[in-house]
Design a protein around this ligand. Structure first.
Ligand code: PLP
Length: 429
């Protein structure tokens, strides 16, 4: 009898001695979590965030290295085992049918997934493209924007390096002008942020780049308020949602932005190499594709899809990741991630020498937070945490912020965070 891959995974993990993390794993994991979620249905999302029995079920959907504690989940998210298993199945399907699959089935299957992703994001399938990541999605936008020499773009010194570089390249090549503003690490109000952008707008400003959830510190910007202000000046808005998509509880239309890019391998827990580009319908015709495409109508979103042969199995697996996400629920997920962040931050924020570089107000951050310790370099702190305690974090060294970024995930336990708190106390002393 042919051995199923699931049996194979179980047996190989037995050999690897990692059975406890796989115990109870079966292909209906998302269904099991959805069933477990019924036990927290009567709770508010904030109360459910503290129900360790429920989150224990969610933790068991992931398998993590037992050799260190990963508190650097900002780079990308591990997939739940069920999603990874679905990816293997999809790889097998595409490989078995090879060019027959690519010629006869690929387009229909990808369109079906695209429709699911569009519904999840609250938009229509003819406004989105499945890209390989945020970098690709936003390079399509930044390089394709309808801008002439002398036109201006506004961004901040806390935006992601690749986006700043894409704008810098556009400036070098086509003569646009970039205005880079600074934002406070601890804003007093949304208005303070909105005003900082507004002050940089001139008659020549065409576009503003807004990082919805800043990767350096975890600060969440009031993207909708910035968009409303920008639109009142006739300025378009690009949202870099690499970290906010499937992390904060919102749908794309809530932000009313013109262009939007996110990575699905971050908080949606898709396989590496999946992203989304959204563009408002009336912006499509005037935006140039990054890869040559004259075959599609100029006002079709499909003109941005032309990247050549690529691993379709990754696109197909997005469906399993959405199912997993929905088994928990967007609000519960957001509140749990916020709770994990507050759990450690609240225990260290008043220690002498410890500085928290992330806003404290609930709606201004979520899973990610950044701390520093007086007279220590970020890399020294991160090295110490790993060397002494096998806690993996990342040192952030940007002009706008220096500190260590800590990013728990759905599989993070309170015991993991207790270890971090003890280590920070040790360092601060
Ligand atoms: C704010 C922000 N934008 C864009 C990116 C780029 O994401 P990717 O490498 O998946 O394209 C990142 C990655 O961490 C990010 O934090």
């Amino acid at each position: 009898m042919q051995q199923s891959r699931r049996d194979f995974i179980r047996k190989s993990s037995l050999l690897a001695g990692s059975l406890p993390l796989l115990a109870g794993f079966n292909p209906l994991m998302a269904d099991e979590i959805a069933r477990a979620a019924r036990s927290v249905e009567h709770l508010t999302p904030q109360q459910a965030a503290r129900d360790e029995d429920f989150w224990y079920q969610v933790q068991r959907a992931f398998r993590q290295s037992p050799h260190f504690t990963n508190l650097e989940n900002g780079y990308f998210s591990p997939q739940p085992l069920e999603v990874m298993e679905q990816q293997f199945d999809n790889i097998k399907l595409v490989n078995e049918q090879s060019s027959y699959y690519m010629r006869k089935r690929q387009e229909d299957d990808k369109q079906a997934v695209k429709e699911q992703l569009a519904a999840f994001a609250g938009v229509s399938a003819d406004e989105i493209v499945i890209t390989r990541n945020t970098t690709e999605a936003l390079n399509i936008v930044i390089m394709g924007l309808d801008m002439q020499a002398g036109d201006e773009a506004v961004m901040t010194d806390q935006d992601y390096g690749s986006m700043l570089e894409a704008f810098a390249m556009r400036a070098q090549r086509f003569g646009i002008k970039n205005k880079i503003i600074s934002l406070p690490l601890h804003p007093k109000s949304d208005e303070e942020i909105v005003e900082a952008y507004e002050k940089a707008i001139t008659k020549k400003t065409k576009v503003i780049l807004v990082t919805h959830l800043i990767n350096l510190t975890g600060q969440v910007l009031p993207a909708r308020k910035i968009a409303d202000m920008a639109h009142s000046h006739g300025v378009e808005v690009i949202v870099d949602a690499a970290h906010s998509f499937a992390h904060l509880d919102y749908r794309i239309p809530d932000l009313d932005c013109d262009y939007f890019g996110a990575s699905l391998h971050k908080w949606l827990c898709c396989p590496l190499g999946a992203g989304i580009l959204f563009m408002k319908k009336d912006k499509i015709a005037k935006t140039w594709p990054l890869f040559g495409d004259t075959g599609q109508p100029v006002d079709s979103i499909r003109k941005f899809e032309h990247i050549g042969t690529h691993p379709v199995s990754t696109n197909l697996t997005i469906a399993a990741a959405i199912k997993f996400h929905n088994s928990i629920g967007s609000q519960r997920k957001q509140e749990r991630l916020r709770y994990l962040k507050s759990y450690w931050v609240n225990q260290v924020k008043d220690l002498p020498g410890v500085i928290i570089n992330t806003p404290f107000e609930k709606e201004r951050s979520s899973a990610l937070a950044n701390f520093s310790i007086a007279d220590m370099k970020p890399d020294e702190i991160a090295d110490y945490l790993y060397r002494k305690h096998k806690i993996f974090t990342v040192g952030i060294n940007r002009t706008a912020v220096q500190g260590v970024r800590v990013t728990p995930h759905l599989y993070t336990t309170l015991a993991d965070l207790d270890k971090l708190v003890a280590a920070i106390k040790e360092l601060a002393a």
